[in-house]
Design a protein around this ligand. Structure first.
Ligand code: GLN
Length: 199
C-alpha cells in the first residue's frame, strides 16, 4: 500500500508526519513532484502560503498537484487550505490550486496575538464530534461554491469544508496531538494495510 505524503517545502510538515505515524498511517515527506507517484493521498501543511507558493512554483508543483488531485485525496490545514482554494481575496501573489471550491481571506482574525486554541464542532462522513484545534493567523472562508460541503463551524465562521474527495481546514489539528482528522480522512489506508498484513 502506498503511504500518505506530506508536502515538505515549508511550514509544519513534521507535525503532520508525526500525527500520521501516531495514527499508524504510513507516511513520507514530499519534496519533488515525481514523488507524488509514490503516494495515495497528500497533506498540504500550515505555514506561510506565499512562501510555500513560491517554492512550489520552482518545480511546477501546481500542475502536478492539480493532476494528482483528479484521482487522489488532498487535505490542507490553514496555509494548505489557502493554497487549495479557488481564490485568495486579499492576495494576488498566490496561485491557488482551485481544488477546493471556496474563496478565502488570509490572516482574517488579525495578528499573531489573535491566535487561539478552541473547540470546534465537526461532522466528517457522518461522524459528529467536538475537536480541540488551534487557529494561528488563520484564514476565513468567505464564499463556498455549490460543490462544497460545510463540515464545521466555529462561532459563525466556516472552518472545515469538503469539495469532492478533498478536505480543507482553516485550523491546525496536528499541533494538539489530535489524530482525529488524519484518521477520518486517510483511514482507508490503514484498513487496507491491516488487511494486507493479515493476509
Ligand atoms: N497566515 C498564514 C498565511 O496566510 C497561514 C498561517 C498558518 O498556516 N498557520 O499563509
Amino acid at each position: 500500500m502506498k503511504p500518505i505524503g506530506v508536502l515538505a517545502l515549508q511550514g509544519d510538515y513534521e507535525k503532520h508526519l508525526n500525527t500520521l505515524v501516531r495514527a499508524e498511517i504510513p507516511a513520507i515527506d514530499i519534496r519533488y513532484p515525481d514523488q507524488l507517484l509514490e503516494i495515495n493521498g497528500l497533506i498540504i501543511p500550515g505555514g506561510e502560503s506565499t512562501t510555500m507558493n513560491d517554492l512550489m512554483k520552482r518545480v511546477d508543483f501546481h500542475t502536478h498537484i492539480a493532476d494528482f488531485a483528479k484521482t487522489k485525496t488532498v487535505m490542507g490545514t490553514c496555509a494548505g487550505l489557502i493554497l487549495m482554494s479557488k481564490k485568495v481575496k486579499n492576495d494576488d501573489q498566490i496561485n491557488p490550486l482551485g481544488i477546493l471550491d471556496i474563496e478565502v481571506t488570509r490572516n482574517a482574525y488579525g495578528r499573531q496575538l489573535n491566535s487561539f486554541v478552541d473547540t470546534v464542532e465537526v461532522e466528517i462522513d457522518n461522524d459528529h464530534s467536538q475537536q480541540e484545534v488551534a487557529f494561528i493567523r488563520a484564514p476565513k472562508i468567505s464564499t463556498v461554491g455549490k460543490s462544497t460541503t460545510i463540515l464545521g463551524k466555529h462561532n459563525n465562521d466556516i472552518v472545515a469544508v469538503k469539495t469532492g474527495i478533498h478536505y480543507g481546514f482553516t485550523f491546525h489539528s496536528e499541533l494538539n496531538e489530535n489524530e482525529y482528522f488524519h484518521k477520518c480522512i486517510f483511514s482507508d489506508n490503514i484498513d487496507f494495510q491491516k488487511e494486507n498484513n493479515a493476509a
